[in-house]
Design a protein around this ligand. Structure first.
Ligand code: ADP
Ligand code: GLC
Length: 499
């Protein structure tokens, strides 16, 4: 193995403690894999109300910690600690005024908390205070998305020669460049980074503060979560305005494909599904299909395929394309459709009412359920992911392992991980469309369904191939180790230059 490193991972979401999407799965799995590789990994996240409700076996790591923010603000908090079965210590920053709320980022009406810039700048500063107070000397401080993108800036602006932090190199993983943490300049003072960092090449953006942009500037290494998306975000459209800043990082910017936690997402081991199955014995998949049909009040029959979908109801996920054509599809094509998701009003109301309009052929569950997510992955024949853009995407990777062939818009991580079906040879692991339109989606679902009905040997070959594709963390963790070494190297070059 490479040198043993002290790694501090700070994130707004970590499974199973706090999750709204794939970020949580990735931070959790990465920490476990790094630990398995022998690194000393510590993970820090907020102590949200939902975590308090879990009654975890916690002890106090720091009974009382003072965090100094800008404008002479002092925040007092506590750091709670838990040892996990995987031997990765988890630290929760307890600050009730900031985190003891029903949501992670927004209230039930989907309104972002007005003090999010304060909440998450505090989290970053608190994580570094923990290192100083607990005498933990990280080699790597690993930030994720805008919520923790101030970490690299704090390291370079304040702690460049600190006994515990001066030596740390920073890595920022961008899971989604669409969310940048853009706020009025009036919020900036609280961060305590000084007006000299409020320049167009750092935090300033059209007079406002852009947290992700500043994080990119200050990080030793920046990565995103697939090579395809790394290319896309250096184009004007794909980068949501940040393309020049990603490009400016040169070889300090790259794409590392996420891994999959196969301990949790594998049909041979999955304890949540009605019957386990594997590439050698697929009988259990038919049982899962029947259970899925029953759970969603679909007609129980094995002569039509089920197209499944799971995801957050946000524009990124492209469900408006599905809304534009699913009823036509269900009318024209012998198939069934199930969807699990929650989020915006348009999708919630449309998909909530769809089963009423297509009884026996369409089912929906509006809400969040890990168990139903596993049942859909296991029981469906196809998995639909029409995202407008997708930095990596995890559900298509889970689908592959369950022999549920993905039907995807060819973008970012979806394009990187799904191989197009070849009608001549039977090659491929799924079905891809290039134009993000209801028309292209209609034709591609129709193509997949006709393959299911008419070319069974090809379906079998593709399912077997898909189930054998390996996107495990064992690969991805090596890429992160290499990334960490690059960050250490970049940090040394930076220190030389500034000494
Ligand atoms: P994103 O992070 O953009 O939401 P990913 O595909 O990377 O997309 O990860 C989504 C994760 O969230 C998956 O683990 C998926 O199963 C889960 N997920 C999303 N919505 C739901 C839901 N309503 N119920 C259960 N799991 C969900
Ligand atoms: C983001 C992206 C998703 C990615 C996940 C984990 O939420 O939208 O594509 O898989 O982060 O990296």
């Amino acid at each position: 193995m490479t040198d043993r490193l002290n790694v501090l991972i700070v994130a707004s979401e970590v499974s199973p403690y706090a999750k709204t999407g794939g970020l949580a799965d990735v931070t959790a799995a990465l920490a476990i894999q790094l630990k398995k590789r022998g690194h000393d990994v510590r993970v820090i996240l907020p102590y949200y109300a939902s975590i308090r409700g879990k009654n975890l076996p916690l002890d106090s790591a720091l009974e009382s910690m003072c965090v100094r923010m800008g404008g002479n603000n002092e925040e007092w908090c506590k750091v709670l600690h838990m040892d996990t079965a995987d031997d990765v210590p988890i630290y929760f920053v307890e600050h009730h005024a900031f985190f003891d709320r029903s949501g992670l980022y927004h209230d039930e009406a989907m309104h972002d908390y007005h003090d999010n810039p304060r909440r998450f700048s505090f989290l970053c500063r608190a994580a570094l205070q923990y290192c100083m107070d607990a005498h933990f000397k990280p080699d790597i401080v690993h930030a994720h998305d805008w919520h923790t993108a101030l970490l690299p800036a704090y390291l370079k602006v304040w702690f460049w020669d600190h006994e515990y932090l001066g030596h740390a190199a920073s890595v920022l993983t961008v899971h989604n460049a669409a969310h940048q943490g853009v706020y009025p300049h009036s919020q900036y003072g609280y961060f305590g980074l000084g007006e000299q960092a409020f320049t167009p090449d750092r935090f300033e953006s059209w007079g406002q503060v852009n947290i992700l942009k500043g994080g990119i500037a200050y990080s030793d290494m920046v990565n995103t979560v697939s090579p395809g998306y790394a290319k896309e975000i250096t184009t004007p459209h794909g980068g949501f305005g940040l393309a020049p800043y990603f490009t400016a990082k040169g070889d300090a910017f790259c794409g590392v494909l996420n891994g999959v936690d196969y301990a949790n997402w594998c049909p041979e081991l999955d304890a949540t599904i009605p019957a386990k199955f594997s590439v050698k014995d697929m009988a259990g998949k038919a049982e899962c299909k029947r259970a899925l049909q029953k759970a969603f009040k679909l007609e129980v029959r094995d002569d039509v395929p089920i197209v499944g979908a799971i995801g957050r109801f946000v524009t990124q996920k492209g469900y408006h394309l599905v809304r534009g054509t699913i009823e036509e599809l269900l009318w024209d094509v012998p198939m069934q459709f199930v969807i699990l998701g929650s989020g915006d009003w348009e999708n919630t109301s449309y998909f909530g009412m769809l089963p009423g309009r297509c009884p026996g052929r369409a089912g929906s569950y509006i809400g969040y359920s890990e168990e139903i997510a596993h049942l859909i992955e296991a029981g469906s024949d196809f998995f639909l992911m029409p995202s407008m853009f997708e930095p990596c995407g995890l559900n298509q990777l889970y689908s592959l392992r369950y022999g549920t062939l993905p039907i995807v818009h060819a973008t970012g991580g979806l394009d990187d991980t799904v191989e197009q079906y070849d009608e001549q040879t039977g090659d491929g692991t799924g079905f891809k469309f290039h134009a993000p339109t209801p028309h292209a989606l209609y034709n591609t679902v129709r193509w997949a369904v006709s393959t299911w009905h008419d070319r069974k040997p090809h379906m079998k070959m593709m399912m077997e191939r898909a189930m054998q594709r390996d996107f495990s963390w064992e690969h991805a963790v090596h890429d992160y180790e290499a990334l960490y070494q690059n960050a250490i190297q970049k940090k040394a070059e930076y220190d030389n230059y500034h000494s």
